[in-house]
Design a protein around this ligand. Sequence first.
Ligand SMILES: Cc1cc2nc3c(=O)[nH]c(=O)nc-3n(C[C@H](O)[C@H](O)[C@H](O)COP(=O)(O)OP(=O)(O)OC[C@H]3O[C@@H](n4cnc5c(N)ncnc54)[C@H](O)[C@@H]3O)c2cc1C
Length: 470
Amino acid sequence: MERRVLVIGGGAAGMTAAIFAARSHASVTVLEHMDRVGKKLLSTGNGRCNFTNRDQKPEYYRCGQEGFPQKVLSQFSAEQTVAFFGELGILPKERNGCLYPNSDQASSILDVLRMELERQKADVRTGCRISRLLRCGNQFRAETNLGVFEADAVVLATGSKAAPATGSDGSGYELARRLGHRILTPLPALVQLRCGEKDYKQLAGVRAEARVDLYVEEESRKGGSADGAEGADASWRLAASDCGELQLTDYGISGIPVFQVSRYASVALHKGLRVKAVIDFLPHQTRQETEAMTAFRLEQMANETCERWMIGLFHKKLAGVLLKRAGISPGQKAGDVPAGRWKALIGQMRGFTATVTATNSFEQAQVCCGGVDTREVDPLTLASKRTAGLYLAGEILDVDGICGGYNLQWAWSSGAVAGRHAAGTGTSKAAAGRHAAGTGTSKAAADRHAAGTGTSKAAADRHAAGRAGK
Ligand SMILES: Cc1cc2nc3c(=O)[nH]c(=O)nc-3n(C[C@H](O)[C@H](O)[C@H](O)COP(=O)(O)OP(=O)(O)OC[C@H]3O[C@@H](n4cnc5c(N)ncnc54)[C@H](O)[C@@H]3O)c2cc1C
């Protein structure tokens, strides 16, 4: 008899799990509580869906248990993801390692997943609200508004609490908890940071290339002096850094470099620790180069006002705030400004402090850190160690990636692994055997692609030759 697999949550991870379970000959039902599957996918990558990244490193994935994400990602890699989507019809387009569908439409990714679900005859039920999910003997029983569903295995892929309007409202954590799992407090990650200083209203709308260093108060020094008194620096630890286009808003800081460091701010603030971001607005200069540039400009523009002296260096709004923070009046003649003030200005240009008071909420966050504790999940199969027959995939697990296609890669990889194993054909031993023999689906696909005969290569060639048929 076919093994019955119930996939709860029709997002990126759930749809992938359903496809791989069905391809492994299981009878698959997807239960999605929204009126359609894959709603979040449509808003990814600003509507273009950055579905993976060619540059894969362990440090791009964060998890409470070191090494856990890699054990999953190595079973379904970025290369295999490209091959998988290539076979479904996606011609990839690369921008600095980030991969998007050539159509630049996130809906293409969702469409091909839905088409494959249809081809694999997965039964997709939308508008399905689960009131209880129980393990009864060797079976699961899901009680819902659409009736009772029974299954031999369940893949829980309900996402996190990020962007709840897309369906991931955190209700899946409760289902996991009831099946014996510990939930590490979910917190917004890849999110904007709110800052305490009063000058942000003035800075709203400014974009600038910058380096963002995020400092967190040492736990042992919690509640220590924040007044910058001698020795106070010793209580700060550099938690994360990133460089890129910073966006200043009326409440604080945003943009990719802020998103990349934000999960460390979230965790520290949750622990009651103080957090600050130190922003370098001239990240490509050395300190000596900034000093030399300042001296040169002073020589050239000694008779100009400081406001004019700043023209060409920074956005006007930012220049005004930097001068103010350095204690320099914009109307003052540059030649009259004492040396100490120029030093202070250089200090502001290279180390503008933003006191982080909070992150934005789950509504604005792209992902969450925290979730189901991975120590209770087998990384080779994604099977629960608490409830036999239960598998977990996607963002519901305590794994979060940086910006750049890594969170979707986690969803595809964990979905594929959980789906195969839930179907009972993906035992790691069997999978290892298939791969060793060179006949594993993804290995075979990767080889076909390497040899230039893979469907996606063929599709790419057809497209390049302008012969792409419908
Ligand atoms: C604005 C935005 C842009 C993003 N851009 C990118 C990007 O370009 N690249 C990238 O890699 N990542 C991006 N991400 C992150 C990425 O979208 C997520 O990490 C990924 O979608 C997580 O997949 P998932 O399947 O685990 O969860 P989700 O995609 O959230 O899917 C979970 C599904 O489960 C359903 N569900 C939840 N609870 C229940 C329940 N109790 N019963 C039934 N169904 C339930 C939900 O409705 C949803 O359909 C972005 C996120 C956002 C918000």
